[in-house]
Design a binder for this molecule. Structure first.
Ligand code: CUA
Length: 371
């Protein structure tokens, strides 16, 4: 009876005001597990409470100096009360592990969006260069990966309708993915206390039909894509190209085809050239010198913003068209804007340039002010 009621609540949760919509592929899994936990709790609580009342009536003091009967245990009883809770706790564990596994393994064909948190706003940037603040537009029925970092303190992206959340950590990249199942407008929160306006650090996720999303994406004007912004920083603003551009006189490690490969360092270690590695190489180059090179690269700490770093990472990533195509144009048909952007990099077009002073809502204007 209780179970049926719970299932009913679960499936039509719109009339339970405390319950957010179910709008992602994870949502029903999380809800089922959650209601299962409630069910287990109820199923144990009720008999325990009943037993308490029953026993204190049955075993109340009847005789001032009564001698109780001795009890010698029961193998049967003890086995049963060990095995049943074991099975129940294992089902909880397996359910949780299954969902956790699903949520943490980011599919490689996901569309990539860059996220930078800062006190107190969320900045998003699409692969086409489109930028948004406190709003995120995504297509329905497509896997979306958020590549996230923060300019200041810990934040946490939380989208209740998608039943997913993840910390955004200073100094590193974290990821989160989802596939929205229902067009609509859903709350986006910061779920980690991050200072005075933490409670105001949020916005909306707009889930749109693919065609609508394409229109929206195309309507953003001529944004510089993350790859383009990164290339500009690389060749002009930061002068990385003078050492890394390739050719015979190259002093810095070769970056073409680097992303996603294993790199041998002078200290004998081998590391994978992922986003984190590239980021660290820019900020702390002497920490991981590539075998065969001198530790001559200066640090760029303090000279690049998080958003510029993201652009640089996107650019280096684009230098390997074969790399795990997380940032690549998805296989489904997309806006023309998705494919016309850059020449050297066929695969990856992701970027994030910086405009910290942009207005705090609505799509950001085209400008990418570097520094
Ligand atoms: Cu950002 Cu709380």
């Amino acid at each position: 009876m209780v179970f049926c009621l719970l299932i009913m609540i679960m499936q039509s949760n719109s009339w339970v005001p405390l319950f957010p919509d179910q709008a992602s592929t994870f949502a029903w899994q999380v809800d089922y597990l959650y209601f299962y936990l409630i069910l287990v709790s109820v199923a144990f609580t009720i008999p325990i409470v009943v037993a308490i009342f029953f026993f204190f009536v049955k075993y109340r003091e009847k005789d001032k100096f009564a001698t109780p009967d001795e009890i010698h245990g029961s193998i049967m009883l003890e086995t049963v009360w060990s095995i049943i809770p074991f099975v129940i706790s294992m089902t909880i564990f397996l359910g949780g592990a299954y969902i956790f596994y699903n949520q943490t393994r980011v599919p490689t064909d996901a569309m990539e969006i860059y996220v930078v948190g800062k006190q107190w706003m969320w900045k998003f940037q699409h692969g086409t260069g489109q930028r948004e603040i406190n709003e995120l537009h995504v297509p329905v029925g497509r896997k979306v990966k958020l590549m996230m970092t923060t300019e200041d303190v810990l934040h946490d992206v939380y989208i209740p309708a998608f039943r997913t959340k993840a910390d955004v950590v200073p100094g590193r990249y974290t990821t989160l993915w989802f596939e929205a199942t229902k067009p609509g407008k859903y709350h986006l929160y910061c779920a980690e206390y991050c200072g005075l306006n933490h409670s105001g650090m949020g916005g909306w996720v707009y889930v749109m039909e693919q065609s609508e999303f394409d229109n929206w994406l195309a309507g953003g004007g001529s944004n510089q894509t993350p790859v383009e912004a990164g290339r500009e920083l690389f060749t002009n603003k930061l002068g990385c190209a003078s050492c890394h551009a390739g050719g015979a006189s190259q002093r810095g490690a070769k970056l073409e085809g680097l992303f996603g490969t294993d790199v041998k360092l002078t200290n004998g270690q081998t590391v994978k050239a992922d986003e984190e590695y590239i980021r660290n190489s820019i900020l702390n180059p002497s920490g991981q010198v590539v075998e065969g090179y001198q530790p001559i690269m200066p640090t760029f700490k303090g000279q690049v913003t998080e958003e510029q770093l993201v652009s640089l990472v996107a650019y280096v990533k684009s230098l390997n068209p074969n790399a795990a195509t997380t940032g690549s144009t998805p296989t489904t048909t997309t806006a023309p804007a998705m494919t016309n952007s850059n020449s050297t990099s066929s695969s990856s077009n992701t970027k994030l340039a910086s405009n910290p002073n942009a207005p705090s809502n609505k799509t950001e204007p085209t400008k990418s002010s570097n520094k």
